[in-house]
Design a protein around this ligand. Structure first.
Ligand code: PGA
Ligand code: ZN
Length: 391
């Protein structure tokens, strides 16, 4: 592939904050990718940008010698290795992700393929049995928010960061429809009027009252209940400091509390039930539902291997800009598949309308995609998966 030009600029994300957009130009067109931004970031994530911040990463791309990149001979996915050797930690995770994704989009087009196809998606996501038609990915949608993501309605917002619905539809498109109906029903029951960063409803109700409302919805619609506890966000000095209702729990009490919730509310999915250093605590939650690592694992193959060794999780969040390298993102998905760990490709709370993660989820063969329910930047990803499913 011959690259004509590489560029970068700042664009605004859904919070109105600047993020990077990297553009690769070839004879087949211009290929761009912008990176999302997290708010409740894990301590073990790579830095979004190198030392000088966003502007110095942008400068890096503007100064990058295109002929040097062309000299690497980038023709297939694995050639990203050569790119990584060359940029070698001179840029942050947001920038590396956006650069690699744009290169792959260009490569895919060069090969007459869509990105998801170029990454091998058809074999992975469509079962042979159904004449290549059956699509197996489900959507995980944030319906009600608390914690760091919801600061508008009340001081007494729930402590858990995300209350999620995971629809049981026959197709991805149907899952999206069911999730949307569940979102509307939840609003009525909550009497909510304000949305948070991710388009989820804000409320001043307590954690368990919200779960009661979710159970009401589950009785009427085909949805499973999920929780992103985001344990690290309210953990300090050995205690989980709940505000609503006000309680302080030590590690073992937290494990027992989450286990009780799983049982009482038939919860299907719990993300970051404990803080990001506590591999053993995750294991303590048992495996009666999906026990998912996000801040615990940060899309990092070494942390995933540790989680497998201590049997901490059976599900993992995959956020490309937590690690930057798409080679490592693929490694995480592949290791997980071999270990029987479900993969959840995920957006960040600050997003752009970029839909690359939809192609990555299908291309790498993820089990779920977590990308909200409401709002242009969330729906862009859902629409793209439906387009692939129906294509
Ligand atoms: P983020 O976190 O705000 O860092 O994107 C979302 C999450 O915890 O899943
Ligand atoms: Zn999370």
């Amino acid at each position: 592939m011959i690259i004509k030009k590489i560029g970068a600029k700042a664009v605004k994300n859904s919070r109105g904050k600047k993020t990077i957009c990297v553009i690769v130009k070839t004879s087949c067109g211009r290929f761009r990718t912008s990176a999302p931004s997290g708010k409740s970031k894990g301590k073990y994530e790579v830095k979004s940008y190198a030392r000088g911040g966003l502007n110095s990463d942008i400068k890096f791309f503007r100064k990058l010698d295109v002929e040097k990149i062309n000299g690497l001979g980038i023709e297939k996915f694995e050639d990203l290795k050569k790119v990584e050797r060359l940029v070698n930690e001179k840029i942050g995770g947001n920038s590396l992700f956006a650069f690699e994704a744009s290169l792959l989009k260009a490569l895919a087009r060069e090969n007459g393929k869509e990105l998801w196809e170029f990454l091998g998606g058809r074999k992975r996501l469509f079962s042979k049995k159904d004449a290549g038609k059956k699509f197996r990915m489900r959507s995980v949608g944030n319906v009600i928010g608390g914690g760091l993501h919801s600061e508008g309605v009340s001081e007494n917002r729930p402590d858990f960061q995300e209350f999620l619905f995971i629809a049981r539809g026959k197709s991805f498109a149907e899952c999206v429809k069911i999730n949307r109906n569940a979102y509307k029903m939840a609003r009525k029951l909550l009497k909510a009027y304000q949305r948070n960063d991710e388009g989820a409803w804000e409320t001043g109700l307590e954690n368990e009252t919200v779960l009661d409302i979710m159970s009401e919805v589950r009785k009427k619609l085909r949805v499973d209940i999920g929780l992103d506890v985001a344990g690290s966000s309210f953990y300090k000095n050995g205690f989980y400091n709940y505000k609503n209702p006000s309680t302080k729990l030590n590690k073992n009490e937290q494990i027992n509390y989450i286990k009780e919730l799983i049982k009482d509310y038939k919860i299907f999915y719990v993300e970051d039930g404990l803080e990001e250093n506590d591999f053993a605590g995750f294991r303590g939650l048992g495996k009666s539902c999906l026990i998912v690592g996000d801040d615990l694992t940060t899309t990092n193959p070494s942390r995933l291997k540790k989680a497998i060794r201590v049997r901490a999780i059976n599900g993992i969040i995959v956020k490309p800009n937590q690690i930057g390298s798409l080679l490592k993102v693929k490694e995480v998905v592949d290791i997980s598949r071999r270990a029987g760990i479900k993969t959840i490709m995920s957006h960040r709370s600050g997003e752009t309308k970029d839909n690359t993660i939809a192609d990555l989820a299908v291309g790498f063969g993820c089990d779920f995609i977590k990308t909200g329910i409401y709002g242009r930047v969330r729906e862009a990803k859902l629409k793209r998966v439906i387009e692939i499913e129906e294509g």
